[in-house]
Design a protein around this ligand. Structure first.
Ligand SMILES: [Zn+2]
Length: 217
């Protein structure tokens, strides 16, 4: 049994070798400390999109940020139905075990998941042929309706509105988790919405009172 070579794997291994030189050796002390456990203060929920790595956007070191990434940075509502609740499990761990102080939901520009939610182009697709995505982003259907009605289903204005609405849906769904609601009320947990605009690299933070995403100066 040999490990089949490929240009993709070569690229990863090259990166790993650079990491060993520039990431591992100079930071040996940090890694030794992290071996004992992690104590991140923040959990970030972001899209799986290859252009919006939260650790890169926030320039954090290993051990500082507990991250969940999925299609469109979605948090499903608190559900006890049968199934494998990956996001809920991660939330439970971050909030109840790690006791993070803040949860940041970070949406992003040019999000394919949000675009598909808007166009509903995968509607009716079979699982494995787009059906899993369609089912996942159906969480955005309610938020989509007024956007589609007023801005249409194509073009950047409608897409941006859908991307920003997605963050608000995830925040609302976070608050359906009793433990999160309780900790937010106690003041031991803060929820934040953020948006990373890929085109200009500008981070925006949601002002929940006005519903407006404001650029970070
Ligand atoms: Zn995305």
């Amino acid at each position: 049994m040999t490990i089949a070579p490929s240009p993709v794997l070569d690229h990863l291994i090259e990166g790993y070798r650079r990491f060993c030189q520039t990431g591992w050796v100079p930071e040996r002390e940090r890694w030794a400390r992290l071996r004992e456990g992690q104590q991140p203060d923040v959990m970030v929920i972001a899209c799986a999109d290859s252009r919006t790595d939260p650790a890169m956007v926030f320039d954090v070191d290993p051990g500082e940020m507990f991250v969940v990434r999925n299609v469109a940075a979605m948090v499903p509502p608190f559900e006890t139905s049968p199934g494998h609740h990956g996001v809920s499990a991660a939330l439970e761990f971050a909030v109840q075990v790690l006791k993070v102080k803040e949860i940041v939901v970070m949406g992003h520009g040019m999000c394919g998941g949000c675009r598909a939610a808007l166009t509903q182009e995968l509607h009716g697709a079979e699982p494995g042929e787009g059906g899993f995505i369609a089912d996942w982003i159906a969480m955005l259907d309610e938020a989509r309706a007024p956007i589609a009605a007023t801005l249409g289903t194509t073009g950047r204005t409608a897409e941006r509105a859908m991307e920003e609405a997605g963050v608000k849906v995830s925040l609302a769904n976070l608050r359906t988790f009793p433990c999160i609601r309780r900790k937010e009320r106690d003041g031991t947990l803060k929820l934040r919405g953020a948006f990373f605009a890929i085109s200009d690299g500008v981070l925006h933070l949601l002002d929940e009172a006005s519903g407006v995403f404001q650029p970070v100066e």
